[in-house]
Design a protein around this ligand. Sequence first.
Ligand code: SF4
Ligand code: SF4
Length: 234
Amino acid sequence: MKVIGLLEELSDVYGIADFSKNEEELIDMYGEDICKYPYAIAIGHKMLEDIIEKIPLTYNNDKLAQEYLDEYFNSHNRVSVIADKIIGCIECEGYNAIKLDVSGTNSNLNLKMPFSNKASAHLAGIGWLGKNNLLTTKEYGPRLTWATVLTDMPLSNYAGSPMDSLCDDCVICVNACPGKAIVDLPDAKQSYSPVKCGEFLSNRKKEGHPVACGMCLYICPYGNEKTRKIIENR
Ligand code: SF4
Ligand code: SF4
């Protein structure tokens, strides 16, 4: 199938969620419109490795902190371009497709709440929500930016199933978070405090630094060669 070939060529990770597998639950949570397009394509794009590797230095170097912040937004733009190409390919085949924006919405859909990229990638079975509340993949950890395309192109043969968390007893991000915003609980809704994370970032801003902190993204052993051995040895 042409679109699958293009996904393999353009994305670093991709997965497909078939909404019919979780229809009732999805409609309950997001409303009827979520199933207007029965498939979600989650597209993962790697952030630049050399910038991510410098994250520990950003706390004492505003230039590097700004560089990381810029890469955060630039990688969103790059993955959005990839999503547009996938939509073009689907439309050429005679099907419909739309892209969700970063906040998980689209003006064509009336959703009770945003459908996030994290949700699409999780349902597609390509990652799990880590204790740090980031979508984490086995190969690249959380070092990816995501986009979601919803479509009516029949893709059930390529659809995955939600995967369980592989965090287990790992507490590396819990111990490394400078804002003490992560605790060791299996459910990301309880382990990650957006309030404490936000407080840390706004304090950085008050001190005149760029509003950037990516320690939880950098340190996760699933994407970090230096800490990976800790999970390999457990
Ligand atoms: S962004 Fe920083 S403060 Fe927020 S959870 Fe991650 S490491 Fe902690
Ligand atoms: S650092 Fe460990 S606990 Fe945190 S998200 Fe990664 S695997 Fe999970």
